[in-house]
Design a protein. Structure first.
Length: 191
């Protein structure tokens, strides 16, 4: 009987400890959350969309030529070294069991090299932009699996120094008999 009580006590202690650590992770600034989250107060005006459609959802075709465009402002107004990385997720936005080489061809991390300083404004800021996937460039990156993804942006090459993250999707176009093919323009008008 004493053994059962000790086992139950140990189990409850372990479950409370595990629960507290997950709660700590949720409020910890530097723990990656698989959602659209801004970690740094100086990050503003995040825009993330297909490069050809400024108000579109961040969704692209797996083997298409479309790119996603990310832009944001850093109101510190200085130059920082921002990088992005990608995580493949399950349907419930939890990380999948795939290795990076199974869903990404090329470099896993990309440096954000395009930036400009604000001129003649009251608030100083630095505007950053990047488009991906990138083909035939110095930072060659291509997705090889469709699905849900989380892109996270981090500072100075330190993946624990998170700036923000955004969700996006890569879908696979499949043709079937009897279903008419819709052009990009027709798909936009049906959404």
């Amino acid at each position: 009987m004493k053994k059962i009580i000790l086992l139950l006590l140990a189990f409850f202690t372990f479950s409370l400890t595990a629960q507290n650590s997950s709660e700590d992770d949720y409020v910890n600034e530097n723990v990656l959350k698989y959602d659209d989250v801004v970690y740094k107060p100086f990050i503003r005006t995040i825009q993330f969309h297909p490069s050809s459609w400024d108000i579109g959802a961040p969704i692209i075709a797996l083997h298409g030529n479309e790119q996603l465009e990310l832009s944001f402002d850093d109101v510190d107004g200085d130059q920082k070294d921002y990088s992005i990385s990608f995580i493949h997720c399950n349907t419930d936005w939890t990380p999948s069991d795939l290795m990076v080489s199974e869903y990404l061809d090329g470099f896993q991390d990309m440096n954000i090299l395009n930036f400009s300083f604000a001129m003649t404004t009251f608030q100083k800021y630095t505007h950053y932009t990047i488009s991906f996937p990138q083909y035939g460039t110095q930072q060659n990156t291509r997705f090889t699996k469709s699905g849900n993804y989380v892109m996270y942006v981090y500072i100075n090459g330190d993946k624990e120094n998170l700036a923000f993250c955004r969700r996006f999707m890569v879908f696979e176009e499949k043709a079937s008999e009897g279903i008419p093919y819709l052009s990009k323009h027709e798909r936009r008008n049906t959404i």
